[in-house]
Design a protein around this ligand. Structure first.
Ligand code: ADP
Length: 546
């Protein structure tokens, strides 16, 4: 007979994070670079009060629990207030990625049946372009000061956020409901077909934020100042707006200025200790810092994910005193699944060996399980040799897509456990380190072997003349596919095709070396900062391999 424990049961609700932040870290700050142009400061206590005002204001204009309330906004204090107020009142914050095409945004707004959209002034032209195609939207709210309303509003009956707040009371009692209630909605970037919605729950979001805060992941504390460069429209800024308020860390929000110079200035002025973002952001910042012979005075740790962090960048940041934590995950995983932090003995290895480990995608957080499988879904050994598709399960992993699409991504094992197929190809090593070798659609199938495009890109990027590299598969009569390397050179750097191909010798087995190199001035990046390989495949479909 099982015996029931005699402990309190409190639902894991996002409003409880806000209440905790107000009561226990009330003076801590959110600092934001605003679209109005200035730097704005607000305490956690005042944020909580404004979130209560917002819940009252939204209720007054007719927003109901269960409704999807969309945002098109940069990282800033208003977006944080919306995250907490909307979810706290039992509605769903639906973050729209403004880097999607207008057609994709229209599809998503209609799919999610959004009635309310809150947007930054930067996105007024976008709203103007899409609003006529969004018949479900009844309320468009501009996130700006009352006196900064545009002379020509992008839509009729435009509401002003600050005016709504000014009229609202800050007395509001957050309702208590089931922790499995939905709180946020985020769509995948739709690289394979239409974007699919992932509907997070209060429970999954809090458990994710707590796990992300463990010492072998973000390890945030009251002493930290965190800069989420990763946008709040990209998988909830990887949960950082929750993790920071749980741990009492100062939150610094970069707004729309994500270039190296702006990020560096904000880091130095606000004494940022930890940051998070995709590799392209760190590339931009590194270029700025090295070109201007600068150094970091407080910045010590960064969580990098969304795409593989090249070893060359991990090394460069280490040399600047910044510890890179490489994280892997996806929209469907809230997003964090693994983080590559070294274990005890690994700190005794040479720097080069350490970088090799950090460049892998890391070990699973508690709360996530993972396995690699063959085509018949049999689990592969953790030998570090065989790669297969990576399957995951856990407290913050999608169970169904919103609208019940994509059911083929799910399977049950012999014990009835449900697994989600990530679409990533990976290897797991005996020490528990997982390494993504490719997305299943990007892998290069050559002569019966799978060549990892990530490995080939890493080697190219370790050449001092290479700024960015992408490898795609080209059809080949004899070998099925062969790798083509596409490269952006560093400014003023020179390197020839043959020199670059020679650089691979001794670094990887001969049959993996790309057959050809093309130099371009720029690589196409998608809505979440990833290189758009589908676009490259289209662009180079007529390229003649030697
Ligand atoms: P999408 O909608 O394109 O899937 P996500 O932002 O959810 O957008 O991206 C998830 C994908 O990004 C993963 O499936 C994986 O292929 C890639 N990814 C994320 N983090 C890493 C990493 N650290 N290394 C390599 N690939 C990564």
């Amino acid at each position: 007979m099982y015996v029931t424990g005699l402990m309190m049961q409190m639902p894991l609700l996002l409003s409880s994070i806000l209440e905790h932040a107000e009561r226990h870290h009330g003076k801590q700050e959110i600092v934001s670079r605003r679209t109005e142009g200035d730097v704005h400061r607000i305490s956690f206590a005042d944020t909580a009060a404004r979130a209560r005002k917002l819940a009252n204001a939204l209720t007054k204009i007719g927003v109901k629990p269960g409704e999807n309330v969309a945002t098109i906004a940069w990282n800033g204090y208003r977006h944080v207030e919306i995250y907490y107020a909307v979810a706290g009142m039992g509605a769903v914050t639906h973050t729209l990625n403004p880097r999607y095409s207008p057609q994709q945004l229209i599809y998503i707004i209609n799919h999610a049946k959004n009635k309310t959209v809150l947007f930054d002034v930067t996105f007024a032209p976008l709203v103007k372009a899409i609003s006529a195609h969004c018949p479900t939207v009844e309320r468009w709210i501009l996130l700006s000061d009352e006196n900064k309303m545009p002379a020509e509003p992008p839509v009729a009956n435009l509401l002003n956020y600050e005016a709504l707040l000014a009229d609202a009371s800050d007395t509001y009692v957050w309702p208590q409901f089931d922790e499995n209630t939905a709180c946020t909605l985020c769509y995948t970037s739709g690289t394979t077909g239409n974007p699919k919605g992932v509907l997070y729950s209060h429970r999954s979001t809090i458990l994710h934020a707590m796990a992300a805060n463990c010492p072998d992941a973000l390890g945030l504390s009251r002493k930290d100042t965190i800069l989420p460069v990763v946008p709040m429209f990209h998988v909830n800024a990887w949960g950082l707006p929750y993790a920071a308020l749980i741990s009492g860390s100062k939150l610094v929000m970069p707004g729309a200025q994500l270039d190296g110079a702006s990020i560096y200035q904000l880091m130095e002025e606000e004494k940022v200790t930890i940051a998070a973002g995709v590799p392209t952001i760190w590339l931009g910042l590194l270029n700025y810092v090295t070109q201007n012979k600068l150094s970091f005075s407080t910045f010590k740790r960064t969580l990098v994910g969304g795409a593989a962090m090249p070893i060359s960048l991990i090394r460069a940041y280490d040399e600047l005193g910044v510890d890179v934590m490489h994280g892997w995950g996806m929209t469907e995983m809230s997003p964090l699944g693994t983080v590559s932090k070294l274990a005890g003995d690994e700190y005794k290895l040479s720097k080069d060996e350490q970088y090799q480990l950090v460049a892998k995608q890391g070990r699973a957080l508690f709360g996530v399980d993972m396995k690699t499988v063959d085509e018949a879904l049999n689990e592969l050994p953790w030998s570090g040799e065989e790669s297969g598709e990576l399957l995951v399960r856990g407290h913050w992993i999608v169970n169904h897509y919103y609208g019940d699409e994509g059911e083929k991504s799910f399977s049950s094992d012999a014990t009835g456990k449900r697994w989600f197929a990530t679409g990533d190809v990976s290897k797991i090593y005996p020490n528990g380190m997982m390494q993504i070798t490719d997305r299943s659609k990007d892998v290069i199938k050559s002569g019966g072997e799978w060549i990892s495009s990530i490995d080939l890109e890493n080697i190219a990027m370790s050449h001092p003349a290479v700024q960015e590299a992408a490898v795609i598969a080209m059809p080949h009569e004899k070998w099925t596919e062969r790798p083509l390397l596409i490269v952006v050179k560093k400014p003023n750097a020179e390197i020839s095709r043959d020199e670059l191909l020679k650089f691979y010798e001794g670094r990887i087995i001969k049959m993996y070396i790309p057959d050809d190199v093309v130099f371009v001035t720029e690589l196409p990046h998608g809505a979440t900062g990833k290189i758009q390989k589908s676009q490259l495949r289209e662009q180079f479909k007529n390229h003649v391999m030697p």
